[in-house]
Design a protein around this ligand. Structure first.
Ligand code: GUN
Length: 287
């Protein structure tokens, strides 16, 4: 039987409407309009699309948004100075530096320069540490979006076999931690995992974030599993596809996210949620 399709676009739309209502209430009650600054260095076309989408989503949610475009030859000192200015800017509650940065820039140093209370990506070591102990202000946007999809779909996590394929700092590692906090039994797979299919076939909930087009095929999943595809790959014919081969997996899974229209719209939604959280904290300090 074909799997139920998890409609990330619909769930993102409903969640964004709720965020917009809460942002409007915050502004009416405190005068604080949530504000997000996005810094983009260089002219990578994919990054430019992501940044444009973030700005548009902010504005649609009634938030203030600025995009700071810096040339590809920006120095580390210039980028640090820009972050320093945004740190002091009271209109800005969230600062996001779009990754990847050009090779000559030190990404870790840039992430560490963003003040943790404005770190709406939740990439700063202080925030990643807080996630580890389960006491956090912000969650990284993509894993948080995945959790929101599971919650919306009424998918129980406690006691389930959860397999995360991919161990990046942005998705795989925090995703594993969030599933663990929700009492899943969590396994993380990566490029050195010996028999990947043997592990993925054990999963009741499978989250895939490796950046390899159509990598997970129907024979690698358990019948009835929930399959969440974080991948976003562009094929030679310019079509987007995930890390999961949708055609074969949707015949075996119980529920599955499509690409596009699955996890993607949730990532920006959680960025809006984090910006609102940061603005609320700033507003409560002013009172
Ligand atoms: N590049 C791709 N995804 C992300 C993200 O979630 N945050 C930032 N800052 N850059 C990205």
């Amino acid at each position: 039987m074909a799997a139920r399709i998890i409609d990330g676009k619909k769930i993102a739309g409903l969640t964004r409407a709720d965020i917009a209502a809460r942002a409007a209430r915050l502004e009416a009650e405190t005068g604080v309009k949530p504000g997000l600054a996005v810094i983009i260095v260089g002219d990578d076309p994919a990054s430019q699309v992501y940044v444009r989408n973030k700005k548009r989503a902010c504005e649609e949610a009634g938030m203030y948004s600025v995009v700071i475009e810096m040339p590809a030859d920006t120095t580390q000192a210039e980028l640090m100075e820009q972050i320093e200015q945004l740190k002091k800017d009271e209109k800005i509650h969230g600062i996001l530096v779009q990754l990847p940065l050009p090779k000559h820039l030190d990404e870790d140093a840039v992430i560490a320069a963003i003040p943790p209370e404005k770190d709406v990506d939740a990439f700063h070591p202080a925030n990643t540490g807080k996630i580890m102990i389960g006491d956090y202000d912000f969650l990284p946007c993509t894993p948080a979006g995945v959790m929101k999809l599971l919650e919306y779909e009424g998918i129980e996590i406690a006691g389930k076999e959860c397999v995360v394929v991919g161990r990046s700092n942005i998705v795989g590692k925090p995703q594993a931690m969030l599933l663990l906090h929700a009492n899943g039994t969590v396994t993380v797979c990566h490029s050195k995992t010996k028999d990947l299919a043997e592990v993925t076939r054990r999963a009741d909930i499978l989250v895939v974030a490796i950046g390899r087009a159509n990598f997970i095929t129907g024979d690698m999943i358990k019948p009835g599993a929930v399959v969440i595809d974080v991948g976003m790959n562009r094929l030679e014919d310019k079509k987007l596809c995930g890390d999961v081969d949708f055609a074969s997996c949707s015949q075996v899974a119980g529920a599955i996210t499509p690409v596009p229209g699955g996890v993607g719209p949730m990532t920006i939604t959680m960025l809006l949620e984090n910006t609102l959280t940061a603005a609320k904290k700033a507003a409560s300090k002013k009172l």
